[in-house]
Design a binder for this molecule. Sequence first.
Ligand SMILES: *[C@@H]1O[C@H](CO)[C@@H](O)[C@H](O)[C@H]1NC(C)=O
Ligand SMILES: *[C@@H]1O[C@H](CO)[C@@H](O)[C@H](O)[C@H]1NC(C)=O
Length: 349
Amino acid sequence: MSFTFKRIEPGSLVLVTGATGLIGSSVAVLLLDSGYKVRAATRSVEKQKPFQQMLESNYGKDAIEFVGVKDYTDPAAWDEILKDVQGVIHLASDLSFSPKYEEVVPTVEALTKTFINATSKASSVKSVVLTSSRIAAYDPVFGQDLNVTVNDWADYHIDNAKAIKQDDPMAPIAIYAASKVVGEHMAWDFVKHNRPHFAFNTVLPEFVAGPVANPTPGMYSTHTFLNDLFLGKSDGPAVAFMRPAGRFVDVRDVAAVHVAGLLETHLDGQRLWASAHKHTIDDILAAWREAFPDRKILPDFKFPNQPDINVDDEQSTALLKAFTGGIGTLSRRQSSPTCKACFSSSERI
Ligand SMILES: *[C@@H]1O[C@H](CO)[C@@H](O)[C@H](O)[C@H]1NC(C)=O
Ligand SMILES: *[C@@H]1O[C@H](CO)[C@@H](O)[C@H](O)[C@H]1NC(C)=O
């Protein structure tokens, strides 16, 4: 396939929900860098002043608009934020990592239903990208090598999440996993049955590392989990996510797959990997030891029987390379160890 990235003209307005998070803030910056106007939807605009000011001073007040959305399950909120929008990148979800199924999964279900239904009625929209997760396609298991494809679904997460006890340390991740499966399925089912007028694609990021584009202090999902590990916390979510190792990706590559998927003229109905390469938690520790020789880094975890996971990422890699002018995904060495520069005023990586 030859790529042209012409589905949406530069200068057009793109809605990004969850625009202040780890992936969302990188997506917003990349869209602005690419000449698009961004409507950044976030739950609380007030808390996001540093990011808003940074974007306004870098790109101009005309290019960026911040809107507060208290409740993404409210159809009226969507009617408002979809006005005059040509592209939608929908990242907003429930990232509370609550251990309670009923607090998370029904919310994500309702939010996704409202998002796709409202968007299908917004005639200006030409292209929509939904952020899913590799966790909706597979989960790494010790001793079990996998060749995963974009047609795979980890539907077992739903039953696991319903059965897991709230005090199980894996409960927050099991429930998050179920919410991603349920949310992505719901969007595809709607698209299949209602055939909306826009192109629809999803992105499945692996474990996301790299710098946070948003300077506002806060919780940035896997970035914060990695930061805790960097600071010596050996029992946090980073370890839970990476015990049996999957794969790794830098946030800037995740953003580029989203924007490339939104803009690519010929792309429709695809799940796109955002995936760089295999890694284990000990690979990350080794990269830090090299980058920060004077710092005490946790000893290796040495989990045995790490699986060998391959994904069919030829299409998304070709898309990414075409969009970035030949650059593929960043390696772990280029990514997490260099992030300290982005947070030099604190101990964040
Ligand atoms: C979609 O929205 C319309 C109102 O605009 C509503 O009548 C319909 O029930 C909704 N469909 C779904 C699947 O939620
Ligand atoms: C994955 O695919 C490779 C190449 O086709 C093959 O050699 C390997 O056995 C496969 N692994 C699994 C676990 O199926």
